[in-house]
Structure formats: C-alpha cells, structure tokens
Design a protein around this ligand. Structure first.
Ligand SMILES: Cc1cc2nc3c(=O)[nH]c(=O)nc-3n(C[C@H](O)[C@H](O)[C@H](O)COP(=O)(O)OP(=O)(O)OC[C@H]3O[C@@H](n4cnc5c(N)ncnc54)[C@H](O)[C@@H]3O)c2cc1C
Length: 619
C-alpha cells in the first residue's frame, strides 16, 4: 500500500439509518427541547451527527491506516504516537466533538446519551485506536466527577474534560488479569489522603503518549493491611507529572513506561507496562474522594462506561467494514448471473448479484443495525433515568434495571459479532479482502480486542448470570421479558411480519426457560453448569433483544413506507424495504438459534467439565 493510499479516508457510515433509529424508532423528539435537554432540538441532533461524520471523514479516517502501519514507538522511555494523532486530538476538542455529552458545567453540550453514543460510534468506526486517548480522559473525568472531593474536581475536571490532560485506568498486573482482586500494587499512607504507590501495571492503554502534557492515572492499589480480594482495593489519582494547587505542573511523579505491547490490532493505541514508584520509591497518589477500600465500586463507574464504549467500538468498526464490503460488492464484476450459468458469453455481473454474497451482506446489515439499536436502547434507558430520577423514582428504577441488564449484552454481543462481521466482510471481498490494499483486514484485526479488554466476554457473561439476573429479585429480567412479550402480543397477527413475530415468541420462551434452568442449577448446587452455560445464555438474550428491536424497526418502517406517495420516493422506499428485509432475515436465520441453544443447554452435557486435563492432548 502506498503512502497516499494509507492516507485515504475509508470510513463509511449510514447516517440515514442512525436518524431513523433516533427519531422514528426511539422517538428522541419527545425528549428534546425540555429539561434536561432544553438546548437540543431535532435539527441540532441531526446537525451534530452530520458534522461529526464530516469530522471523522476529514480528520480521523485518513489516519486510521497510518496508525495501524506505524504503530506506537517507545524511545528513551517515552511513547511516540503515530503521525497525525496529536493534531487530530487537538482538533477533536476544538471541533467540540468530544464535548457533546459532557455536562455544560464543564464546557460540554449536555446532549442525550442516545446521541452521544452515536457520536462515539462514528469516532470509533473512523479510528478505533485513536478513540482510546480522548475516551479515557473522559472516563477518568467521570469517576472524579462522581466520587472526587471538591478540591479534586476543581483541580482535575476542566483539564480532563477539555482534553488538556489524558487519562488511564490501571487495573491489570502481570498475575492479575481477570482476577483483579489479586492485585499487589501497594499504597502506603503519608498524610491526609496522600499515599506512596508502588507496583507494576501492564496493558495500560494510553499509559504514556506524546499528545498531552500530563496524564492522570487512576490506579487500583491495596492500602497496607487492606483486606484481601477486590474488597481491599482503593482507587488513587496518580498524575504522571505532579500538579500544584493552581493546576500548574510540578515535577515528574516516578511513573515510568518500561515497555509497550506489539499487538495484532489497534496499533495506534499505546498499550504500556507502567512502573509506579519502582525507580525512586517516590510515586505520590491521592485517594479518590476520601473513602478507603471503595476502589472497585468507583472503578466500576468507569468500567461500565468503558464497557458500553467497547460495544460501541464494535458497532462502529463492524458498520464501516460492512459498508466497505457493500461498496466493493457493487463494483466487482465476477461470473454470470445464475440464470445464465450455462452461457459462457453471458455478461459478468457485480458480485452483489450472487446469492451467497447477498446473504453475507444481509447478515452483516442485520447484525450491525440490530446491535446499534440495542446500544441506543441502553442509552435511551439511561436518558430516561436522568429525566425521571427524583420525579418518578419507581420508573427511574425500572430504566436503571434495564441499563444494568443490557451493559454486558452490549459489551459482549457487539464485540463478538463485530469480529464476525469483519470476517464476513473479508469473505465478501474474496482475496482482495485479505490484502492490506483494502480496509477490512485491519478492521478484523482491530475488532478482536473488543471481546478481551474491559473484562473478557466470559467475565461479562458471568456478570449477567451471577449479578444482573438476580438483581432486584429477578425483576429486571422479568421486566425485560415483559417488554418483549408485550411487543409479541401486539404484533403476532401483523400482516407481513406475523411469522417473524412467531420466531420471536419461540426465542422469548427459550430465554425464559433457560433463565429458570440457571436458577435451578444455582439452587440445586450444580454451580459448575452455570459458567459452562453463561456465554451461551448471554448470546441467547442478545439475539432475542436484537431480533425484537429489528422487528420493532421493521413495523415502523412498514408504516412509513405505506405513507409514502406512490411516486418519487425512491431512496426512502428502498431504505424502509431494507429495514424490513434485515428484520426478516434475522428472524428467520438467527432467532431460531436461541431455541437451539436452549435445547443444547437442556441436555446438560458436562463433557467440557468431565474431560481430564491430560486428555485434551497427550503431547
Ligand atoms: C490492547 C489491550 C488494552 C488493554 N487496556 C487495559 C487498560 O487500559 N487497563 C487495564 O487495567 N487493563 C487493560 N488491558 C487488560 C485487559 O483488561 C485484560 O487483558 C483482560 O481483562 C483479561 O485479562 P488477562 O489478559 O490477564 O487474561 P486472563 O485473566 O489470564 O484470562 C485468560 C482466559 O481465561 C479466562 N478466565 C480467566 N479467569 C477466569 C475465571 N475466573 N473463570 C473463567 N474463565 C476465566 C478468560 O476469560 C480468558 O479466556 C488491556 C489489554 C489489551 C490486550
């Protein structure tokens, strides 16, 4: 690939589909122009999406392949990011793109979450490696915003929200990955809420970079004599460069990068090994807020946001891979139509005419659009919490319950499927897709990490079955199933989608039955069956949700299409038909997998548990 090719924008997005979801399916208009979104009308929302898309095409897309090819370098103990990253970082704040969802008190625009999540999707789709730098600054700001002392807020928030300083989250250690509770980084009390931090963290995203003058590390560490496990961890603000009370920079804080990882994807994002206090025993951290041993709960705030962002990263990358594959399939000529398969003189057709390519394209379309709808649903519930809290606490509790339930689904299903969609995109291209001349091989490599970081997808599945299902005595799940059940009742006799709604009903029954089975395993002491089934159950719930939301969209699209004038509405008609066919495809090809998963789990097969360790291979 030549340099000029590497600098091309290959980012694609479907703004028509995003606007349909916002305005038609989730009826965002009903929430706008009143508290807390007084400043936002339909035009402002649409304009923000258009401008963000333009920004992504002009600024972030062109440095996506550059970041991948150059990667990050460690020179003289400092990380050098790829060409253009520093400038793009400045531009994203100047253009106000990162401030869309930020509290106006800190210079943001206070947009609804449903819009913020789409803005994030665009940024992620354009450049999934770059997005980590501003994303972490924002995440760290949110933790300090919620849990920090007044002094900490005054000192750090403006600098973090404005992007002047970067941020990191430091959990992982060489022996403490998924097992965060075994972290050994220590915190020795000095005075007040100041501690000396000592330890090594690995895999730290943005652990160092040459973009911002300072980096605020949020570090999980154990105060001397703290209880073992996650309950003994506290969270510390550890600046790379110490800060004076007026926000000016003091001296370096004994935080050193000893290595960076050389990775399969997101190469423009620096992943660092960080040593705290190991050179001079002089690394000073301050406790977030003034509560000891509350680190995991505080970090969870960041992690929940980050988990949603990872799911959205998945949708963004999968969406651009799909749209690139679609563009290629419309242009690439190969073979005659099946209708003329015996005629060697028949004209070559674009590969989009071939049934198997159409199948792949429709599968990608259905998954991308359905998972995007799921992410927006999560964001919509969180906007409703924001609107209702203090006014109707019972309703707010229902919406919060749905947020809690959907976070692991969005993180895991979106990330698993993103990788699969990218793989299908490569398959659609054929050999060209396997080369670096086209963007989908990078998308596929970039997408793999989404199922691993922020807690592997199995950790998410255990969070779903172990924590989220039992929450509020199982009420969150009951309310979720109730919402799907209402849709089924309302549309089971739909003239064109009735058969698909029947598939949804079968999936609904399979999820309810499997939830009961999980409970029975818990209660009868067959605990080992639960982790064995957890990932499959998460997938079942996700497929049910996505199938439901696609059908909901298709019902609305059908009504919109019926209301179109008979002539002159080509693109709109095509759009609504697309929504219909994607929903039907998902209902008939993917929803039935839910019942099949339930049947498999019903067999209670233990072979993965029973096989002796040495029987996996006798080598
Ligand atoms: C590019 C990148 C960026 C990252 N950024 C950050 C960051 O900014 N900050 C940070 O703190 N960390 C970060 N990480 C670390 C990341 O969160 C961990 O890699 C992840 O949590 C998994 O931990 P591990 O790699 O140690 O795998 P392990 O925990 O060793 O897991 C290996 C396998 O075992 C499974 N497993 C582990 N424990 C259990 C269990 N109890 N039950 C069942 N299965 C289990 C896992 O699901 C996985 O399949 C990053 C990692 C990468 C690769």
């Amino acid at each position: 690939m030549s340099t000029s090719q590497a600098n091309q924008n290959r980012f694609r997005a479907d703004l028509r589909e995003m606007k349909f979801l916002l305005f038609d399916q989730f009826r965002l208009g009903e929430l706008l122009e009143k508290a807390p979104f007084e400043a936002w009308g339909v035009d402002e929302v649409a304009m923000t999406l258009d401008q963000t898309y333009k920004f992504c095409c002009d600024v972030l897309g062109p440095i996506n392949a550059v970041g991948d090819r150059q990667g990050c370098k460690l020179e003289n103990g400092k990380v050098i990011t790829p060409e253009g990253f520093k400038e793009a970082y400045a531009q994203i704040y100047e253009a106000g793109v990162k401030g869309v969802g930020v509290d106006p008190e800190y210079g943001g625009q206070g947009a609804p979450q449903v819009l913020t999540i789409l803005v994030e999707e665009l940024i992620c789709g354009a450049n999934p490696a770059f997005v980590m730098y501003p994303g972490l600054a924002r995440g760290v700001a949110e933790v300090i915003h919620i849990f920090g002392t007044a002094r900490q807020k005054a000192l750090y928030l403006n600098a973090l929200y404005s992007g002047k300083w970067g941020g990191t989250m430091c959990l992982t250690e060489p022996h403490a990955g998924s097992d965060v509770g075994s972290a050994r980084t220590s915190a020795r009390h000095i005075e007040g809420n100041r501690y000396k931090i000592k330890g090594t963290k690995i895999f730290i995203t943005g652990g160092d970079q040459d973009i911002t003058e300072n980096i605020i590390h949020l570090v999980l560490a154990r105060i001397d004599n703290g209880p073992p496990g996650t309950k003994g961890l506290s969270l510390f603000i550890v600046p790379k460069v110490r800060t004076n009370e007026d926000g000016s920079l003091d001296k370096p804080n004994d935080v050193f990068v000893s290595a960076i990882e050389h990775k399969m994807g997101i190469n423009g994002s620096a992943t660092c090994v960080l040593n705290f206090g190991q050179e001079n025993d002089d690394c000073i951290g301050e406790l977030v807020g003034d509560v000891e041993h509350a680190g995991m709960a505080q970090m969870f705030k960041l992690m929940n946001g980050a988990r949603i962002l990872v799911g959205v990263q998945g949708v963004g990358v999968a969406s651009t891979a799909y749209l690139n594959a679609l563009e290629y399939a419309r242009e690439r000529l190969q073979g005659p139509s099946i209708n003329h398969w015996k005629d060697p003189m028949a004209p070559r057709v674009a590969i989009i005419e071939h049934a198997d390519v159409r199948r792949m394209l429709l599968e990608m379309k259905a998954k991308v659009e359905g998972i995007r709808a799921l992410a927006i649903k999560l964001a919509w519930h969180s906007d409703m919490v924001h609107i209702l809290k203090g006014k109707d606490d019972q309703a707010a509790q229902y919406h919060q319950g749905q947020v809690d339930l959907l976070v692991p689904l969005v993180k895991s299903y979106a990330s698993d499927q993103a990788f699969r969609v990218c793989e299908l995109a490569i398959q659609t291209y054929g050999g060209a897709g396997f080369t670096k001349d086209y963007p989908v091989e990078q998308s596929c490599r970039d997408a793999k990490i989404f199922s691993i970081y922020e807690g592997t997808n199995h950790i998410q599945a255990m969070d779903l079955v172990g924590r989220k299902l039992p929450q509020r005595g199982g009420q969150n799940l009951q309310e979720f199933l109730g919402d799907v059940g209402n849709f089924i009742q309302q549309h089971k006799n739909h003239p064109t989608l009735g058969a698909c709604v029947a598939e949804l009903a079968a999936a609904h029954e399979a999820v309810s039955g499997t939830a009961m089975r999980l409970l029975m395993w818990f209660q009868s002491g067959r605990m080992q069956m639960v982790p064995l089934a957890a990932n499959r159950f998460l997938e079942m719930m996700s497929v049910l949700s996505v199938g439901w939301l696609l059908l909901q969209g298709a019902v609305i699209a059908g009504e919109k299409e019926a209301a179109l004038p008979a002539e002159g509405s080509g693109p709109d008609r095509a759009f609504y038909k697309g929504k219909h066919h994607a929903a039907v495809y998902f209902a008939k090809h993917i929803l039935p997998e839910v019942k099949s998963h339930a049947d498999v789990l019903g067999r209670e097969d233990r072979s993965a548990l029973d096989i002796p360790n040495d029987a996996f291979a006798t080598v």
